[in-house]
Write a protein that binds this ligand. Structure first.
Ligand SMILES: Cc1cc2nc3c(=O)[nH]c(=O)nc-3n(C[C@H](O)[C@H](O)[C@H](O)COP(=O)(O)OP(=O)(O)OC[C@H]3O[C@@H](n4cnc5c(N)ncnc54)[C@H](O)[C@@H]3O)c2cc1C
Length: 405
């Protein structure tokens, strides 16, 4: 049986970043991914701002396209924000995963694809993991001092049964990657389009993101009412996606390159277990994804970096301050994530089309591109709060003036 300092299960952005990070620090690492290739299961739209490229030192070759503008398309009207320069990117999600795995190998770590985590046995000083080869009965056992659960929404390693998991909010998304004519691509090549309201989205939002020349990602995401709802949700998101392609893009002769999709399982209030019995969980496995926009790659990687601080400390000094990871993450994120939970519940489940339209109109009349990007991606609301405060002060002044006369 091969022995490692750390075995990371799941080769998404969280697992890849954890393996890259720990191998760079000189620890003996194995990264395990159930798919045969990192280019399989290419489910994420992978849109983000420019900051994560620097934050995680990501290379140009994994970028599909840059964007500068944002359009919010509501049921009746379209609102456009023009950027004065490049504001973000759409990554090739498969290439991101492959890059992180390659970095792990370069740093001296090992990568095992086509093997699925099956079970764990926790001993006094180690954990023995049983892995199973894809489409075969062949199993393999490996031993590690610590394990990282980076299996995303499935949380396969942390919880031995589904019942042990906290209550989750559920959602899923479908995305078509299509090749369109140069004329259509030209219109969407440098902007993100988000659809809100019941005409183009149901209990969620839809999107068009640019990729390389003549390629667009078009998709829709929806929250589920019940866990059994996923099949119906997938049918709805497929229907909306096709409606956007044919009616909004007015594109009948597109070439379908790929259909993919994924699920989101999110614990309100971040009640996930972050560490237990020699297992750390990172990324979507601890609800790192932003519950309003579904942006998760940056936070999956940030959570991996934070968990790696405790893991590295333990491997170097034997210190077991494992709860620091949960405490620090919640201190940094809980308030922002709570705000996001509230705003997503209102936007996707409560507001009528007219209410959505009013809010977007107000935002469009009062705020520019950078404030929109800050509020959508960076949880920065300073300018919005100060404008709302000014507005309230004016209203109060007006009220007292009226009372006097
Ligand atoms: C449709 C959709 C669109 C999205 N768009 C965006 C976007 O535009 N921008 C953004 O930032 N985020 C987006 N997200 C969210 C983002 O993709 C996730 O938050 C992010 O991928 C989470 O990373 P992770 O590594 O925690 O989990 P994942 O990316 O889910 O990776 C988990 C990995 O574990 C592997 N695995 C699972 N079980 C096992 C097992 N038993 N054994 C071995 N391996 C296993 C899986 O195959 C997978 O590779 C989107 C999500 C969806 C569903």
């Amino acid at each position: 049986m091969k022995k490692y300092d750390v075995v990371v299960i799941g080769g998404g952005p969280a697992g890849g970043q954890a393996a890259r990070n720990l191998s760079k620090k000189g620890h003996k690492v194995l990264l395990v991914e159930r798919f045969d290739s990192f280019m399989d299961n290419n489910f994420s739209s992978a849109g983000m701002t420019l900051e994560p490229l620097k934050e995680f030192n990501l290379p140009d070759h994994i970028i599909g396209a840059y964007w500068s503008d944002i359009t919010l398309q509501c049921t009746k009207k379209s609102y456009h924000w023009k950027g004065d320069s490049q504001k973000g990117v759409v990554l090739d999600y498969g290439k991101l995963k492959l890059f992180l795995a390659d970095e792990t190998i370069k740093n001296g770590g090992e990568v095992l694809t086509g093997y699925k985590y099956i079970s764990k046995q926790v001993n006094d000083n180690s954990v023995v993991l049983t892995l199973q080869k894809n489409k075969a009965n062949q199993t393999l056992q490996v031993e590690a001092k610590l394990v990282v659960d980076a299996t995303g929404p499935l949380r396969k390693v942390m919880y031995d049964t589904k019942e042990a998991q906290p209550k989750m909010d559920l959602g899923s998304g479908t995305e078509y990657q299509i090749e369109v004519s140069p004329e259509i691509y030209e219109q969407y090549k440098d902007r993100l389009v988000f659809f809100l309201g019941h005409k183009w989205a149901i209990k969620g939002y839809s999107w068009i993101f640019p990729m390389e020349q003549n390629i667009l990602k078009v998709g829709a995401g929806k929250v589920h009412l019940k866990s059994k709802d996923q099949e119906n949700t997938d049918k709805t998101t497929k229907k909306i996606t096709e409606q956007i392609i044919t009616e909004y893009l007015k594109c009948d002769d597109y070439k379908l390159l790929d259909i993919h999709g994924g699920i989101i399982r999110y614990s309100n209030g971040l009640k996930d277990t972050f560490y237990n019995n020699k297992v750390f969980a990172v990324g979507d496995a601890v609800s790192a994804i932003n519950p309003r926009g579904g942006e998760g790659i940056r936070y999956a990687m940030q959570s991996a970096d934070l968990a790696c601080v405790s893991i590295d400390e333990f491997l170097k000094t034997g210190t077991t301050n494992f709860d620091n990871f949960r405490k620090k993450w919640r201190r940094k994120k809980l308030f922002k994530w709570r705000l996001s939970e509230m705003s997503s519940q209102r936007m996707y489940s409560k507001y009528s089309d007219a209410q959505i339209e009013n809010r977007i109109q107000f935002f469009h009349d009062n705020f520019g591109t950078d404030v929109l990007i800050d509020s959508l991606f960076n949880f920065k609301y300073n300018q919005i709060l100060s404008r709302v405060f000014q507005f309230l002060v004016l209203k109060i002044k007006y009220f007292f003036k009226k009372e006097r006369f």
